[in-house]
Ligand binder design. Sequence first.
Ligand code: FE2
Ligand code: FE2
Length: 469
Amino acid sequence: MMELSEKIPNNVNLSSDKGLQRALEHWQPSFLNWWKDMGPAGFQAKDVYLRTAISVEPSGWAHFDHVKMPDYRWGIFLSPPEKDRTIGFGDNAGQPVWTEVPGEYRNHLRRLIVTQADTEPASVEQQRLLGQTAPSLYDMRNLFQVNVEEGRHLWAMVYLLHGFFGRDGREEAEALLARRSGDPDKPRILEAFNSPIDNWVSFFMFTMFTDRDGKFQLLALAESGFEPLARTTRFMLTEEAHHMFVGETGIRRIIQRAIEIMKEHPGCDVRKMGGIDFETVQRYINFWYSISLDLFGGEISSNAADFFGAGLKGRAFEARHEDHVALEGSYSMSVPEGDGLVEQEVPLRNAMNEVLRDGYAADNQRGVDMWNRTLEKAGLDFRFTLPSRRFNRNIGIYTGHSFNPEGEPMSAEEFESRRSQWLPSAADKAFVDSLMKPVLEPGKIANWIAAPPKGINSRANDFEYVRLD
Ligand SMILES: [Fe+2]
Ligand SMILES: [Fe+2]
């Protein structure tokens, strides 16, 4: 049952567990203080057209209305339980799921939850200044929607920490509000979450590529034998889909606008006309895809094997696999050796990060194909590509080796000499930054991006998504 009028909206019957309710009501003001300090800068008092969860049923869980962000109804929503669910993989496959934390897996589970949890507030912090340069009210609203939902994802994880990990859980929940993205003394856990996302091209790339890492981590956790984790991540996935929509369509609109400029001014320099050229977009793709690949962890990982074996973290859509024990198979990967690569068979359980990365790569490719269809329809020959998974990696077996975007090994010197061809340079960033001027009139849009084909919740193009006065 949804309890929406309570101090903390929830469908976990929070009022029946007074201890937990008190602990979370104690955490709530700290969360709100964090949100006011580190959430979207300059827009806290504005009315924003946001969607809020009012049900966990797949059909129609969303309610749209203008609200001030600090009044957003952050709550604890779990997908409905599956009757008689059993653990779907690993050494405990077939046994009933755990509704409490199994003692022997407590540390592993806490680490999985804290690592996921930390990314949620981190991304809000990284994006906190972006509202000030929004290309339209539509985009500004989408940014804030993503931000409040990342805040809700933090609530989802903090519920697990408070509800199932006792004192350590409460301490971890405090620490989640104390770390700060980019702070050298108390940084966020994962490196990719410590540099600011300071222009909208990076924001769209982040929501396309980095949020999609989040989607795949959630898909793997949604299979967990720890039932509360599985149910909470399932509902988070329904929110996550919108974040990837924002990224994929945002980039598509940048491409669309460059095409329009090229049609209006044949043979022109797109940049001189205030658009973003395809080559620059491709370099941003190369950068954000490669750093997002790093978030999956090492290709060969004993941690991944442990998590799988224990039944804590599965594969995306585990049911689509046949062998759920995965003790027998192997995964063939290209491993650096000398100046080249050799094929190596890795025991399947140790390759689980790579298996998850496969699904991630395919999911991204679908988005890239959509962009390429836009080019094709415009009669253009240019095509966007995802770089090789070996390109520009800083975690895993390719670290310290140099590869071109096609994945061919090369010397570090050669890589450096061609770096600005493949990755955004300081000049690219200065150019993109120079375009970031706010456009705040309803229905108007910045010159570097095309208008969205349709409004949020079928609203008209000139709808006042954010009321600025
Ligand atoms: Fe999230
Ligand atoms: Fe997200």
